[in-house]
Design a protein around this ligand. Structure first.
Ligand SMILES: Nc1ncnc2c1ncn2[C@@H]1O[C@H](COP(=O)(O)OP(=O)(O)OP(=O)(O)O)[C@@H](O)[C@H]1O
Length: 233
């Protein structure tokens, strides 16, 4: 479970987060929407311990990230817009390397199985990352999260720049993770995908969560209308 409690981040006079309260339960895909500069990446960065909040807490599985950064790192996986992998290593080698780094090791067959589960063709798994498309790198990123047996996954605009088919495949993968009781927080500008894949949607504006809704209780058109309505202020 991911939990932000009165999370606040100030950059001098600029307040990026104004006391955010947010909960993402296991088996939930929470899609965080909002204009540029609304505080979405700041939120994710607090959970990852990339930045220190001015006040408040970011908790993973009930544990404070600031107080126990090493412990909380064990439970989370992070998928940024561009998954960083070693270009001169194959997909399989990257997966093995990052899994071991996270304290897990598997047989070659199991690694191949994980990549296949994430939709990466076996022949591609043996090729260097340097020749991979963005979508293929995202698949390896998810495989790394699976191998780590992450309890929570943070994603920052993971589908930006993916073609519609790859984006759809990526959403299918997230739904699979959701089914295995992972708590997922995804920052996205893609309202359509958010409604398709998310269980809950939250709209951020100027450091505040101004609206939350259950994805199954709104239509695509309503999501867009509500979003645009909130952006007027
Ligand atoms: N290192 C920094 N120093 C100063 N201000 C910062 C820093 N990082 C972020 N900010 C400010 O904090 C606010 C929130 O930024 P953040 O990156 O969280 O927004 P975002 O919602 O993720 O936007 P985007 O959709 O563009 O990624 C912005 O006003 C931004 O300028």
């Amino acid at each position: 479970m991911l939990q932000a409690i009165k999370l606040r981040k100030e950059y001098g006079a600029n307040v990026a987060l104004k006391g955010l309260d947010l909960t993402v339960k296991a088996g939930e895909i929470y899609c965080m929407l909002g204009a540029n500069g609304a505080g979405k990446t700041t939120t994710v960065s607090c959970f990852l311990n990339f930045i220190k909040p001015t006040s408040g807490q970011a908790r993973i599985n009930g544990i404070d990230v600031q107080e126990n950064p090493l412990e909380t790192k064990k439970y989370i996986a992070y998928i940024p817009e561009n998954v960083m992998l070693y270009r001169n290593m194959t997909g399989l080698e990257n997966l093995r390397y990052f899994s071991k780094l996270g304290g897990h090791d598997y047989s070659e067959q199991e690694y191949r199985g994980l990549l296949a589960r994430c939709g990466l063709e076996d022949v591609a798994a043996g090729r260097n990352i340097g020749g991979y498309s963005k979508g293929m790198r995202q698949k390896v990123g998810i495989a790394i999260a699976l191998a780590k047996q992450a309890k929570a996954i943070l994603l920052d605009e993971p589908t930006s720049g993916l073609d519609p088919k790859s984006s759809n495949e990526f959403s299918e993968l997230l739904l699979e993770l959701k089914a295995s009781d992972v708590a997922i927080l995804m920052v996205t500008h893609d309202l359509f995908r958010a409604k398709e894949t998310g269980t809950r949607l939250g709209i951020m504006r100027q450091g505040e969560l101004v609206r939350e809704m259950n994805a199954d209780q709104v239509t695509h058109t309503e999501v867009e209308q509500i979003y645009l309505e909130e952006m007027k202020y």
